[in-house]
Ligand binder design. Structure first.
Ligand SMILES: [Zn+2]
Ligand SMILES: [Zn+2]
Length: 433
């Protein structure tokens, strides 16, 4: 069920704890390749790919997630913004005001640095109370092999690690940072002084007219009596204040104009509605928020992959070279559906969204905000498994559970596993701006 942010309620304390631990370990997972707690295997896998990309570029990436606000009076950091359920699992999206400090070093020289105000969204997936998942397959958080949950609690048959149910659930199944509407530094550095100068000139140019206007004449006379020095100070402060207001107004007008343009360029609300309606016919629990989280995860996994041709979730042309220089990729808003089509039992949906991209090329780091177009496909004859994990599948021919990310071929019958049997597959990925 969708909630708006004004209705957001504190998330369950046990989820809050896990999300805090997850988000504060994120920096070391990305930058240093450390294990991240409470993440499901798909998330861990993507973080590993990102860390490998960073190592491959011969840089040090310092990534620090920090709290931007004090804890709420209720003692939590995360708020519940969205939930969806299926038969056995429930997913909750938690939201918190977290900032990210990033620093890229090469040969002990800082070559890039930023500190962005961001909000964090993390999806926590838990077992619906009362459901006994003992015989469900689960990926061992330590070795990645697939066993049943009961087996993992008695000790993974492959690596021997024993888990409590708390170690396995709830777990974080996806996350993204989202930039709050912010004024870019460049625009601030140029726009604000320009506005201030224009307004200050205007104030001084208007001063003689104000003196002759009965409304302001008294005030102007008082200022002039205090001496020329004070008159200049008053003029300057009025100019600067008006300049700041003008700057904010222009900024707002620009954002409104951009939002209107985006509506057309990034897919209309109507196409999104049609898509949602179609998907709900296949799976009544389908939600747009689920799909957005899924899409962002698959895009990240594909972008960070060493060889996308080897990936289970990608079935497209080789990626353009620019994708191979990306060291950090964040969703930056407007997840829109351009259009979707159906053919031979396969639905294809083209999505467009902004991404914040940090790339390194020729020892130079650049920050860009391109629009990324991604086309996803899936079957229409089977319901969407909202908790599908590509690291834990049941072989369609012999039903054996295994982790096809490690090896696409089923250890039971040898058949090659195709992700589109069960889940969404990315078939086209490009930057369009
Ligand atoms: Zn294991
Ligand atoms: Zn098999």
């Amino acid at each position: 069920m969708g909630k708006n942010y004004f209705q957001a309620i504190p998330i369950k304390p046990s989820y809050d704890e896990k999300l805090i631990s997850f988000s504060s370990s994120l920096g070391d997972a990305i930058g240093k390749g450390k294990t991240i707690p409470f993440a499901d295997n798909d998330v861990t896998y993507t973080l590993n790919l990102q860390n490998e990309r960073i190592k491959e570029k011969n840089i040090e990436f310092d990534y620090e997630v920090y709290k931007r606000t004090n804890d709420s009076p209720l003692g939590n950091i995360f708020f519940d913004v969205e939930d969806w359920n299926d038969e056995h699992y429930e997913s909750t999206v938690g939201f918190a005001s977290l900032g990210v400090k990033r620093q890229v070093r090469q040969n002990d020289q800082i070559i890039y640095k930023d500190n962005l105000r961001r909000v964090f969204y993390g999806t926590v997936t838990d077992i619906i109370s009362g459901y006994q998942p003992d015989n469900e397959s689960h990926t061992c958080p330590n070795c990645g092999a697939v066993s049943t949950i009961a087996e993992l609690q008695n000790g993974c048959p492959f690596c021997g690690t024993q888990y409590k149910m708390d170690d396995l659930f709830p777990k974080i199944t996806s996350f993204y940072f989202f930039d709050q509407i912010r004024i870019s530094k460049k625009w601030l550095m140029i726009g604000l002084p320009v506005c201030a100068v224009i307004c200050t000139i205007a104030v001084f140019a208007c001063a003689p007219y104000l003196s002759s206007n009965p409304l302001f004449a008294g005030e102007m006379r008082r200022i002039n009596q205090e001496g020329a020095y004070h008159a200049v100070i008053y003029g300057l402060s009025a100019g600067l204040t008006l300049g700041a207001l003008l700057f904010l107004l222009i900024d707002l007008a620009y954002k409104i104009a951009k939002a209107i343009v985006d509506l057309k360029r990034m897919g209309t609300a109507k196409s999104r509605e049609r898509f949602e309606l179609r998907m709900k016919k296949i799976t009544p629990e389908f939600s747009y928020e689920y799909f957005k989280n899924k899409a962002i995860s698959l895009i990240k996994m594909t972008v960070y992959s060493k060889d996308e041709g080897e990936l289970l979730c990608y079935k497209g042309e080789p990626l353009p070279a620019e994708f191979k220089d990306i060291i950090d990729l964040n969703y930056a808003g407007t997840f829109g559906i351009m259009d979707f089509s159906e053919e031979n039992g396969i639905i294809s949906a083209e999505t467009k969204s902004y991404f914040d991209v940090l790339s390194i090329k020729d020892n130079t780091v650049s920050f860009t905000q391109p629009v990324i177009s991604a086309t996803f496909q899936r079957r229409t004859d089977i319901p969407v498994n909202l908790n599908f994990s590509m690291t834990r599948i049941d072989c369609p021919s012999c039903a054996r559970s295994f982790n096809p990310v490690k090896n696409k071929f089923c250890p039971g019958c040898g058949r090659e596993y195709e992700l589109i049997t069960d889940d969404w597959v990315l078939v086209d990925l490009k930057m369009v701006q």
